[in-house]
Design a protein around this ligand. Structure first.
Ligand code: Q9C
Ligand code: ZN
Length: 345
């Protein structure tokens, strides 16, 4: 299996994030991707290649152009506003909600609030370049699936599934899975399914395609009544307009283990199989692991073998896109376990 990877991911290297009323150590850190790419190499899963450059127009096929412009210009604006160039963890802390006006201000703090939805997603000098490389890894992955008619792994970092049409959050800036799905459509697929198995609901991916029929979004995740992102990912969100019926959320209780998880996965896979989709994008989060530091499901390493095997039963051109997963001591083995099952190891 081909893996796409860009070393530019390391240009985004947050040290801290806002949580529990204080700054704590960041968990979405460069070693995540390094551990997984090293494992792919050591296990000889196949070639590891860099992505092609990605066009601005590709980004704006799923994101608001002014939002992408904001991400691109952020660090220059930070410096121009006279702020500390040594800071590499910048956070928003005021948002245009609850009747406040959603306007784009001159002040950078207003701009950051306009284009974000949480305070847990630090931005620094290299964030834009890293996010762009991650999106390129996803897009090139989809193009290679079409070209080679083989499954491909896009080892994306930073992750993407929380990124909204016009807002960053949840450690995500550009929605890699959405860009990949749109790439399949632009290459001739009439319908694409996205299966999101990250522990957290993919609120960004859902939002991007909520009013559309051509992309079916299915997500298995911790119940947002009890878990981030709280304000989206509930079972009654079914899609809207012509997209009604093209969105399926399968929230599960905190503490869920494989016995219950596999039932939800079977339902999700049946739905994918019956959807008429001509390609599949898997948003692969490894944060369903029992040892994940910020998550509360109970899958073990062997369960990822079973997950990979179950997902492989879908007979469609498939791109696997990396999302979350923060247990650095187990990321390599969990990724390899998934691919062992997926590739029939
Ligand atoms: N102290 C992904 O897995 N913050 N994003 C949780 C923990 C948000 C996770 C707070 C977690 C976002 C791609
Ligand atoms: Zn996650």
């Amino acid at each position: 299996m081909l893996t796409l990877f860009s070393s530019d991911h390391a240009l985004h290297h947050p040290r801290t994030e806002m949580a529990d009323g204080k700054l704590v150590s960041a968990v979405e850190i460069p070693s995540r991707a390094e551990l997984i790419v090293d494992a792919v190499e050591t296990a000889r899963l196949g070639p590891i290649e860099p992505p092609q450059t990605i066009e601005f127009d590709t980004l704006t096929s799923v994101h608001d152009a002014r939002y992408v412009e904001f991400l691109k210009e952020f660090w220059r604006a930070w410096l121009d506003s006279g702020r500390d160039p040594k800071v590499h963890d910048a956070f928003p802390f005021v948002w245009p909600m609850h009747g406040l006006r959603r306007i784009t201000t001159r002040h950078l703090d207003g701009l950051m609030g306009r284009y974000s939805f949480d305070a847990g997603t630090p931005m620094g000098p290299g964030t834009w370049k890293a996010a762009l490389s991650s999106a390129a890894v996803a897009r090139t992955g989809a193009l290679r699936v079409v070209e080679d008619q083989q499954p491909v792994f896009s080892l994306c970092r930073p992750p993407g599934h929380h990124a909204m049409p016009d807002a960053f959050g949840g450690y995500c800036f550009l929605n890699n899975a959405a860009i990949a799905a749109q790439t399949f459509l632009d290459a001739g697929s009439s319908r694409v399914a996205i299966l999101d198995v990250d522990y957290h609901h993919g609120n960004g991916t859902q939002s991007i395609f909520y009013n559309r029929r051509d992309v079916l979004f299915i997500s298995i995740h911790a119940d947002p009544m009890d878990e981030y992102p709280y304000f989206l990912g509930h079972a009654d969100e079914l899609g809207a307009g012509v997209g009604e019926g093209a969105n399926l959320n399968l929230p599960l209780p905190l503490g869920t283990g494989w016995e219950d998880y596999k039932e939800a996965l079977a339902l999700a896979l049946r739905t994918v199989n019956q959807s008429g989709a001509e390609a599949l994008v898997v948003s692969l989060g490894l944060d369903t692991y029992e040892g994940d530091p910020i998550s509360q499901f109970r899958l073990n390493t062997l369960d990822f073998v079973k997950m990979g095997a179950a997902i492989r039963s879908v007979d469609k051109p498939t791109l696997i896109v990396l999302e979350g997963g923060y247990a650095t001591d187990a990321l390599a083995s969990n990724a390899l376990a998934f691919f062992e099952g997926y590739l029939g190891g």
